[in-house]
Design a protein around this ligand. Sequence first.
Ligand code: DOR
Ligand code: ZN
Length: 335
Amino acid sequence: MEIILDSPLDMHLHLRDGDMLQRVAPLSAQTFSAGLVMPNLVPPVTSKEMVLSYKERIQEATKGEVFEPYMTLFFRPEYDYDFLREVKEDILAIKLYPAGITTNSEDGVDNFSVEALAPVLEAMSELGIPLCVHGETNGFVMDREAEFIPIYERIAKRFPDLTIVMEHITTKEAVDALVRYDNLYATITLHHLYITLDDVAGGLLRPHLFCKPIAKRPEDRMALRKVAFMAHEKVMFGSDSAPHPRHKKEAPGCAAGVFTAPVALAALAQIFDEAGVLDNLQKFVSDNARRIYGVTPPKKEVTLLKEPFEVPPSYGDVVPMFGGETLRWRVGSVL
Ligand code: DOR
Ligand code: ZN
């Protein structure tokens, strides 16, 4: 049994920089045709020059592969219209992080009053630049995403022409909100389709499954699976593959992030196959994103085969999801 995917897209991806970039970027570029690259470097990507030089480093690290890095800018409330007009041609979206909510987000937003954000959002709306959001408050960890929904709603109502992507949704509340507003869309990760909090902390602690937003309840996972498996027109795949070196994960203060880039397509095929919805994978992993973002990715044909894939225990010092386990699907050819 096999499935052929046309230009799979990963619309939420951390490629990092330096040695880590060299290690992980080729793994995404081998099977994905393009990916939306997150800007939470140290320091964050906040200027045209930083966008362009980061893009060059990614292209250098993925030389020889057909792979288009779609670049993002780290949201700052002080960006003005002229700056955004200038940088628009180099980016696909702007990513908003609440300050301190996750890895390298210290320079994020701490005032979410619509008035404080209005000038930038107004300009983005006018220029047609989508807003991607890490939607969590700093409340109790299980409630953070649900508590953020009113902020999404305020922005969605006030800026009806702004495309807003609720990144890596993890709750049924987010799924409900998504369908209430025409201009809300969402990415869903691989790991949130597979795991709940039980897999992270229900038995022995599994640091390599620790991420933000934290995996939630079975009923939340069910809500995500429902919209992903039907390839609901407002959802798309964004792995949020977030590599950290082993010593940062297997540590008293474990960094948040699940590294899924090298297993993403095989594991997606497996779970869509098990649900009997393999035919919807093309939409979830490519067509919906093309429509939502209005992009035409480079051509890449990826054949997935229903054959065992022994996932390496690590890629250098980075441990992937399913490391050391055997998946039931694998990538066959890439043309
Ligand atoms: O788990 C996460 N890791 N969530 C994020 O939002 C950021 C990411 C990272 O950059 O490591
Ligand atoms: Zn992320």
